[in-house]
Design a protein around this ligand. Structure first.
Ligand SMILES: Nc1ncnc2c1ncn2[C@@H]1O[C@H](COP(=O)(O)OP(=O)(O)OP(=O)(O)O)[C@@H](O)[C@H]1O
Ligand SMILES: [Mg+2]
Length: 357
């Protein structure tokens, strides 16, 4: 799946734009505040229904306008086309595929898998585990069809247990059993996913960072050798005091270390960017390998934090994923030589997008 045509109307500083994209490499250049991130935002709105910068979509509509519209012609792996439309108007969001409403975020995510590498991606190693769980589950969701219903079932059971803790022992025990059943399945999916991501991650890290002492370790959120209901029963009194369940897949994490110490302490900013990129691109590759349907990877300001040598290495790994790539940079001089890839090139100036030929 790739985006063949993207049309934008009234998105931040872009009044109107139309881009014809390649299924391989697309490059967008422009000065600060020209509208590069805004273009990537338009992709993200289409693929997720959400902005990656703000939870308030009324700030994404161009000032003094009332309707934000994004339209894409998608090219399927089969060669057929589909039309995907996003509109935000009067506080309401609407997504349509070939004219029919899309109601679920899961349906949309499956349709147009979008991955993003930008300044916020550093949160993956800088911040707490929730970003990493989100990252992990994005990957599992796309390769394991049953993941989402099991995850929903687990979350529901956990909420019910948290509510039952103060009320009824019998109900609490019932929900603990329900949690344990789906926790084991979730753990199995996540564990298998990390196992298949591991070699891709290690190869990209070695290629881009030139070191082999960075490790990624998956933590289940409890000692997965023990059935979760047993652990929950042992910890019931403490959980009742706290009002929530301390153990289970909701506490899973990915831990990155270099030479035994936390990666964020031992890596420079540029190295952290490459580590995060290795993760995202490993995921992109797995998506292509397991579904045969490559997604779209957005990279905002690719050369930020990187010297020309490391930027070239990142570009090489990006190209190897087989994904559609949409890359922004302030100027073409900051990019590695990609003339062999025959990229589509665009230049943005004050919100106006022109194809460079
Ligand atoms: N709702 C809006 N209406 C009109 N313009 C907006 C709106 N929101 C943001 N802008 C403007 O859009 C411009 C483009 O922002 P954008 O983040 O896309 O720039 P950029 O090309 O990515 O710049 P940089 O290289 O600095 O990251 C900014 O000048 C911003 O002030
Ligand atoms: Mg920007």
């Amino acid at each position: 799946m790739s985006v063949e045509i993207l049309k934008i109307s009234h998105c931040r500083n872009i009044e109107s734009a139309q881009l014809t994209l390649k299924s391989g490499l697309n490059i967008i250049t422009g000065a600060n505040a020209s509208g590069k991130t805004t273009l990537l935002e338009a992709f993200n709105l289409l693929g997720t229904g959400r902005s990656f910068r703000t939870s308030r979509l009324n700030h994404v509509i161009q000032a003094e306008q009332s309707t934000l519209t994004i339209f894409a012609q998608l090219r399927l792996a089969s060669g057929l086309n589909q039309k995907l439309g996003f509109q935000y108007k009067e506080g309401k969001r609407q997504l349509r595929l070939d004219g029919n409403p899309i109601h679920s975020g899961a349906e949309l995510a499956q349709l147009l898998p979008i991955q993003l590498i930008n300044q916020q991606s550093f949160d993956l190693i800088d911040q707490g585990p929730s970003q990493r769980r989100k990252f992990l589950d994005w990957g599992v969701f796309h390769v394991e069809q049953s993941f989402y219903p099991v995850w929903q079932r687990y979350m529901r059971a956990m909420k019910q247990r948290n509510a039952a803790l103060r009320q009824s022992i019998k109900q609490t025990q019932h929900w603990e059993k329900e949690m344990a059943a789906s926790a084991a399945t979730l753990h199995g999916y996540r564990h298998a996913y990390v196992e298949s991501l591991q070699p891709l991650f290690t190869a990209s890290v070695s290629e881009m960072l030139g070191c082999d002492d960075i490790t990624m370790q998956y933590r289940a959120g409890w000692d997965a050798e023990i059935p979760l209901n047993e652990l929950l029963a042992t910890n019931r009194d403490k959980d009742r005091e706290l009002g929530y369940s301390r153990y289970g897949p909701q506490r899973a994490d990915l831990v990155f270390k270099r030479d035994g110490a936390p990666a964020r302490e031992r890596l420079s900013r540029g190295q952290q960017k490459l580590l995060v990129s290795a993760l995202v691109l490993g995921q992109a590759q797995l998506l292509t390998n397991s579904t045969g349907k490559p997604g779209t990877v957005l990279i905002d300001d690719i050369s930020a934090e990187l010297d020309s040598n490391h930027c070239a290495k990142l570009m090489k790994v990006l190209l190897a994923t087989g994904s559609q790539l949409v890359v922004t940079a302030i100027s073409p001089e900051r990019l590695p030589d990609v003339s062999n890839e025959n990229p589509a090139m665009f230049h943005v100036e004050h919100g106006e997008v022109k194809e460079v030929v």
